[in-house]
Ligand binder design. Structure first.
Ligand SMILES: NC(=O)c1ccc[n+]([C@@H]2O[C@H](COP(=O)([O-])OP(=O)(O)OC[C@H]3O[C@@H](n4cnc5c(N)ncnc54)[C@H](O)[C@@H]3O)[C@@H](O)[C@H]2O)c1
Length: 300
């Protein structure tokens, strides 16, 4: 038996709970809105000190108004305009965070931008921007913070925000899928390397939100669509999952259950094993077999 869920004597990775986080500091990139801000709000209620980094100065100020009432005092919040696509900026953020709070218990590399329907050969500038923020932003976060976090004695964590689009890679959003597939691989490598280090208590986690209603997905809507989760649901699920020591934090939403995700992921992996055409889930010859494969899955 190899599943730690079924055999608790097999170690997953160190869990990190609310009790480990209270009174310590979290740094969240892209933290001025959406999933980042919702996570900051939950962490503030746990008694954490918060450092938000974002390119949107106005949203950072609005986030300050949201967070200060949740914190022990205004000195427990720092906000800074930082562009994650610059390694220099991320190193500056690390110096500011360690200067302000002495250590970082939780780094959340969350900043992200969406792409709209470019084909692989289209939009070279947009490709650069998406990869610079979504992939290089996370690489920079890992490069700027990890060595400072490794010697910390208390359990600490790095959460990188991926996407189902980086796992099952649906057609239509090639640059975004490439960026998020890169985040998945980077985070897996990071988790492995951290657990090779004797005494290291830093764990890495891949957060994979489902459809979540934020400015990234709103597309002009003001009401949350039925199928979407709120950012707060994602933050709650993430903290529960970290408390169990989960590496993969695969969020469902109101349309897609865990079981549906598991089948879609298995189907995508089997394209290679069965030598099917790429992205066979969207290939007309496989339409019926994919539909029957999904037929009896439990909906949320
Ligand atoms: N909303 C979803 O359905 C969904 C699903 C899967 C993954 N995600 C991922 O979740 C993360 C958070 O997204 P969200 O949905 O909360 O969107 P959001 O737009 O509400 O938040 C993203 C934040 O990142 C900031 N940002 C953008 N570029 C930046 C840069 N270069 N440097 C620093 N900050 C920058 C934005 O200003 C914004 O505040 C992203 O990585 C996104 O790809 C979201």
């Amino acid at each position: 038996m190899t599943d730690p869920a079924a055999n608790p004597s097999i170690t997953r990775q160190e869990s990190i709970t609310a009790a480990d986080l209270g009174g310590r500091a979290a740094v969240i990139t892209g933290g001025a809105k959406g999933i980042g801000l919702a996570t900051a709000s939950r962490l503030a209620r746990l008694g954490m000190k918060i450092f938000l980094a974002d390119t949107d100065a106005g949203a950072l100020e609005r986030a300050r108004d949201t967070l200060v009432p949740l914190l022990a005092g205004p000195e427990d919040l720092r906000v800074e305009v930082v562009d994650v696509s610059s390694l220099e900026e991320m190193r500056r953020l690390k110096d500011l965070a360690y200067g302000a709070f002495g250590e970082v218990a939780l780094l959340m590399n969350n900043a992200g931008v969406e792409s709209s329907g470019m084909k692989p050969w289209e939009g070279p500038e947009a490709w650069d921007r998406i990869l610079d923020v979504n992939l290089w932003g996370v690489v920079h976060g890992v490069q700027a913070f990890t060595e400072a976090m490794i010697p910390q004695e208390a359990p600490s964590a790095i959460v990188n925000v991926g996407s189902k689009e980086g796992i099952t890679t649906p057609p239509g959003n090639a640059a975004y899928s490439v960026s998020k597939a890169g985040v998945k691989v980077l985070t897996e490598q990071l988790a492995h390397e951290l657990r090779q280090i004797d005494g290291c208590r830093v764990s890495a986690h891949l957060l994979v939100p489902g459809f979540t209603f934020t400015s990234l997905t709103a597309r002009g809507r003001v009401e949350k669509p039925e199928g979407a989760w709120t950012p707060d649901q994602v933050a709650e699920f993430m903290l529960e999952s970290m408390g169990r020591g989960d590496f993969y934090i695969l969020c469902p939403d109101n349309d897609v259950s865990r079981e549906m995700d598991e089948r879609r992921i298995r189907w995508a992996a089997e394209d290679l094993i069965q030598n099917r055409p790429a992205l066979s889930r969207w290939h007309p010859s496989y339409e019926e077999s994919f539909a029957s494969y999904m037929e009896d899955t439990k909906k949320p």
